[in-house]
Design a protein around this ligand. Structure first.
Ligand SMILES: Cc1ncc(COP(=O)(O)O)c(C=O)c1O
Length: 404
């Protein structure tokens, strides 16, 4: 039987034997939960990703046996051989070839992850938001990282069960949530740069507070410099591989030293605008042809296909009130539009904050003022309200999956 997930050729279980299990099954889940419980924190004071719930999900894989049974068990440290592939080949230093200044990174990256949330709605029910899109992306990342494939529906059901076990950790608040971090790592105890023959899939949960502590939008400032590149054609930018993130921290530090909060990632000689920090980017403007347009860069291999991005595009297309485009935008397109007062709003979009307004871009030594806040921001606020209404159960939607 072939893989159920349409994995690209050669990207699946790495040639697991006939007897080896091609996916774990939620029906086999062994639930052996913690018997001592940590105190649940006040979500308003939480620092992202620092507090974890009492339990985790783990599933082990090996080339010879395939997937083992999934476990829900007390959160504990992992025990890894020091030669484990994920400890060596996930975050490699980047270099630059002399001819074309294209950054290089090892293509074998043995760590990948997902980021999604569980929300406690106004009706007390707990929901996940479009989790099948996260599962699709995780399977694509696994194939790209030469890590084993699995059945997306089975993992989603295991995650649903884990959240159910930990349901008291989902904050009783409509401005906080429980962050879900599925992770897949290569654990082969060998230094060869090749497909790992052992892997571990695990899921940990962390309550997170409001992204905008003041309860209202805080716009961010960006540093745009072609000096560092997040992703490139033929690379791994469209997958959620650990290496993409570890190597971006250096640029992020430089942005902060220059007084900016995030990096605006540029690409190519024409300085195409691609993403902002770990968010997709949207520009709401009057375009070169005088049309009212919501634009975001196309999924051409260097953009992470965000769940929030897709949701914003689908909502805007359903409203049908302005042009919605997946198109290239360069820094010179943006600066010309700013000079001609054609920019209405610019914002990042992602699971962490839903939408995040942008007020300033430092580019070639000059501060470009983006008039997002002066314009409401009307559109960003509308997306924020619409999406959080769905997430917190104020509006019924097929985009949610009920946990309990
Ligand atoms: C590079 C990058 N772009 C965009 C996003 C937004 O994706 P999503 O809306 O699925 O959170 C993320 C978040 O994970 C990201 O890491």
């Amino acid at each position: 039987m072939g893989c159920q997930n349409e994995c690209p050729a050669g990207g699946c279980t790495g040639g697991a034997t006939k007897q080896a299990s091609e996916s774990f099954k939620a029906a086999d889940l062994i639930i052996n939960p913690a018997t001592t419980f940590k105190e649940k924190p006040d979500p308003s004071g939480l620092v992202f990703g620092t507090v974890f719930t009492d339990n985790m999900l783990t599933v082990e894989w090996s080339l010879t046996s395939g997937w083992e049974k999934p476990y829900i068990r007390p959160l504990e440290n992992l025990s890894l051989h020091p030669a484990s592939s994920s400890l060596h080949y996930a975050v490699e230093p980047r270099g630059e070839t002399e001819e074309n200044l294209v950054p290089m990174v090892w293509l074998n990256e043995y760590t990948l992850f997902e980021g999604m949330k569980a929300y406690r709605g106004v009706d007390g029910k707990i929901r996940l938001f479009r989790p099948t899109l996260n599962m699709d992306r995780m399977v694509r990342s696994a194939a790209r990282a030469t890590l084993p494939c699995f059945d997306k529906e089975e993992l989603l059901e295991c995650i649903r069960k884990l959240v159910e076990v930990e349901k008291e950790w989902v904050p009783h608040s409509t401005s906080a949530s429980l962050y879900i971090r599925p992770t897949l790592i290569g654990t082969e105890p060998s230094l060869g740069v090749k497909k790992p023959t052992k892997a571990l899939l695990y899921v940990i949960l962390s309550p997170v507070g409001p992204y905008f502590a003041s309860g209202s939008f805080n716009p961010i400032s960006l540093w745009a410099d072609p000096k560092y590149v997040r992703a490139w054609k033929g690379g791994t930018g469209d997958c959620k591989l650990g290496g993409n993130y570890g190597s971006s921290i250096y640029a992020q530090r430089e942005a902060m030293e220059l007084g900016c909060q995030q990096v605006l990632w540029l690409y190519g000689e024409d300085h195409q605008i691609t993403e902002v920090g770990t968010m997709n980017l949207f520009l709401y403007w009057e375009n070169e042809d005088g049309e009212e347009e919501l634009a975001t860069p196309p999924l051409d291999g260097i953009i992470l296909p965000g769940v929030t991005r897709q949701s914003i595009l689908e909502l805007a297309r359903k409203w049908g009130e302005f042009k919605v485009s997946e198109r290239y935008i360069t820094m010179s397109d943006l600066t010309a539009a700013l000079e001609e007062n054609r920019v209405k709003e610019m914002f990042g979009a992602g699971t962490a904050c839903v939408v995040c307004p942008i007020s300033k871009i430092l580019y070639k030594g000059k501060n470009l003022h983006i008039p997002t806040m002066e314009n409401g921001p009307q559109l960003a606020t509308r997306f924020l309200n619409q999406l959080t209404d769905i997430q917190y159960g104020r509006e019924d939607s097929e985009w949610t999956l009920l946990v309990s």
